[in-house]
Design a protein around this ligand. Structure first.
Ligand SMILES: [Zn+2]
Length: 159
């Protein structure tokens, strides 16, 4: 286990709380990224801590929270992945389950939050079309979206 004090400057370490294995700002909401002021800049907490402890985040990569706690900045819970891989993971059946076994319970995701995330990947018009289809067939939008993301990513890979 990494000790906060040994890897982070005291100015950051003293502001963090350890909750389970996760490092967060006190009373953080697991559904939101924490932010922190550091050397005159506002940082996403997890990006700052990762950069200090591990090093620069590779260009074009995002940090996936393996623990599903967005407020967490423990570098051992963060993995740099492409944006499309990050989205794919959030839709892979069973992936969430496995993470829970490894890292404990995860905050539940709302439909709105999932829709937010996939607008990075799917064109907005397609999402609107899926919303109509889901409504007509009385199916869940999330299910339709998950399917569409799979198809879309597959096409991207082949292109
Ligand atoms: Zn964590």
């Amino acid at each position: 286990m990494i000790m906060i004090d040994s890897v982070l400057p005291a100015t950051i370490a003293r502001r963090l709380a350890v909750d389970g294995g996760c490092w967060t700002l006190p009373n953080a909401d697991p559904a939101w990224y924490g932010t922190i002021h550091h050397e005159g800049k506002v940082w996403a907490l997890h990006r700052l801590v990762y950069t200090i402890v591990v090093g620069q985040i590779p260009d074009g990569m995002v940090l996936d929270h393996l623990c599903c706690n967005k407020a967490c900045c423990n570098p051992a819970h963060l993995e740099p992945v492409s944006q499309s891989e990050n989205v794919r993971r959030s839709f892979t059946p069973g992936a969430e389950q496995k993470r829970r076994v490894l890292f404990g319970p995860s905050p539940s995701r709302s439909t709105a939050e999932i829709c937010d995330k996939i607008t990075f990947v799917l064109p907005r018009q397609l999402i609107e079309r899926l919303r109509t289809v889901a409504k007509r067939n009385r199916r869940s939008l999330v299910g339709e979206l998950a399917w569409a993301v799979e198809q879309y990513l597959r096409q991207q890979e082949q292109a």
